[in-house]
Design a binder for this molecule. Structure first.
Ligand SMILES: O=P(O)(O)OC[C@H]1O[C@](O)(CO)[C@@H](O)[C@@H]1O
Ligand SMILES: [Mn+2]
Length: 418
């Protein structure tokens, strides 16, 4: 169902935006649209998946992954839309959309989801202003804050970043999904919807990162944030990252985004830069101040943006060490890795039908490059690390608790060998 709604949303946005191109692009547009219609038909009629033909740097790896899926399925039937794991085919759909666009210059760099992402940012302006004002107030008094006050602000901004994940566009099939209320004021009423809250472990990790014995240094050298959605969620991540740096809890932040438009609203390099430019240009003192601060963090190398093709592949993260060892090694350098959002949670846990009381650590199946924390609102049928009876109780109270985006987790794991 999600595949269909995402796809028709995409088509609406795509038709509208593509036709604003110059005449030279018209045949490219028609060609891209015909590839997309073909894709939709393949999907709706459970056709076998096709190898990618676009010769991009990740094409071979996608085609190999399809063979891997085929080996798992056996010789009796072909890998197809309804017979293969949802995680795989859903990722494959976004890669095929990319292929349809990429094969058709001059529109080959067109972001078919751009309109929805920018709209979600603009519709959240009030909330963004409230959040930047809160950050400005905290920063004004930063020097005087006690340890407890600092940890309170940290918890609030971590939770704002958590709930920012409610605002993705794929769950709403691209319909309006922005943040209207003041994000800080909303937190108390959301508290009881956090099913697992390991934020104290995150706090302890930041305060006791791999600093040399006896150095007295209290700063994590590097926090990595594996981003999810553009729009309001990205702003909440930037605000959290700003707080980590300006409070001295972290020295460097590495942001990880996507190489091409992905799951409708995920952050690309273009979205990242655009969001900071828009924040700088805002006609609001605290918002624009934040934007300038973020740009200067980037200029000074305190913040950096990275995209690795692995993030736009279908692999579960337990495959990362073998299939993207360079990325795994990069994450190993971090003192803490924050994974934003639902899709990252599905990849962390392999999107399996785990029992709800299975340990988060078990579900990670050896993926432990560094202390890590998932900040995720629940939108898919996988949830581990709950208390005995907690899942059953939720199923009685709210049968769609795993997919309606009302619940969330802050789930932490520390590597055993640290
Ligand atoms: O942006 P997020 O939080 O990763 O959510 C994306 C989720 O949306 C869906 O596409 C639909 O709910 C899920 O398949 C996916 O996990
Ligand atoms: Mn997303």
């Amino acid at each position: 169902m999600f595949l269909f709604s995402s796809f028709s949303m995409f088509n609406r946005g795509c038709f509208r935006s593509l036709f604003s191109f110059e005449k030279a692009g018209i045949s490219a547009e028609k060609q891209a649209i015909s590839l997309l219609s073909k894709l939709r038909n393949e999907l709706q009629t459970d056709k076998p998946l096709l190898e990618l033909m676009d010769g991009l740097s990740d094409t071979e790896s996608w085609n190999q992954y399809m063979q891997r899926q085929q080996r798992q399925l056996g010789d009796q039937e072909l890998v197809s839309w309804f017979k293969s794991p949802w995680l795989y085919v859903e990722c494959y759909m976004y890669r095929r959309i990319q292929e349809a666009i990429w094969l058709n210059p001059p529109i080959n760099n067109f972001d078919v989801f751009n309109e929805g992402k920018t709209q979600s940012f603009f519709e959240s302006q009030q909330a963004v202003m409230a959040l930047c004002t809160y950050l400005g107030d905290v920063q004004k008094s930063m020097e005087k804050l006690s340890e407890n006050q600092l940890s309170e602000h940290f918890n609030k901004l971590l939770q704002v970043s958590l709930w920012g994940n409610k605002c993705d566009l794929s769950i709403s099939a691209g319909q309006e999904n922005s943040q209207k209320a003041s994000p800080i004021d909303s937190l108390p009423s959301l508290q009881s919807f956090i099913l697992v809250n390991d934020s104290n472990m995150v706090w302890l990790t930041l305060n006791s990162s791999r600093r040399p014995e006896g150095s007295g240094q209290k700063t994590a050298d590097r926090v990595d944030i594996v981003l999810d959605n553009a729009g309001f969620e990205l702003v909440t991540d930037l605000v959290l990252a700003d707080f980590l740096v300006s409070s001295g809890l972290a020295r460097h932040i590495h942001f990880h985004g996507k190489c091409f438009p992905w799951f409708v609203s995920d952050v690309t390099a273009n979205d990242f830069q655009w969001t900071i430019r828009q924040t700088m240009a805002a006609n609001h003192k605290w918002m624009s101040k934040s934007g300038y601060q973020w740009q200067s963090y980037l200029n000074e190398g305190i913040w950096s943006y990275h995209d690795h093709p692995f993030w736009t592949q279908p692999h579960e993260f337990c495959d990362m060490a073998a299939d993207a060892p360079d990325l795994y090694a990069t994450l190993q350098e971090a003192d803490l890795v924050l994974f934003k959002g639902d899709l990252n949670y599905r990849k962390l846990t392999g999107d399996r039908a785990w029992g709800h009381t299975v340990d988060f650590c078990t579900a990670l199946r050896g993926f432990e490059p560094a202390p890590l924390c998932s900040l995720r609102t629940l939108k898919a049928n996988v949830q581990v690390g709950l208390q005995p009876g907690q899942g059953e109780k939720l199923s009685t109270q709210d049968p769609s608790w795993m997919t309606n985006g009302k619940y969330a987790v802050i789930q932490f794991h520390r590597p055993k060998l640290e």
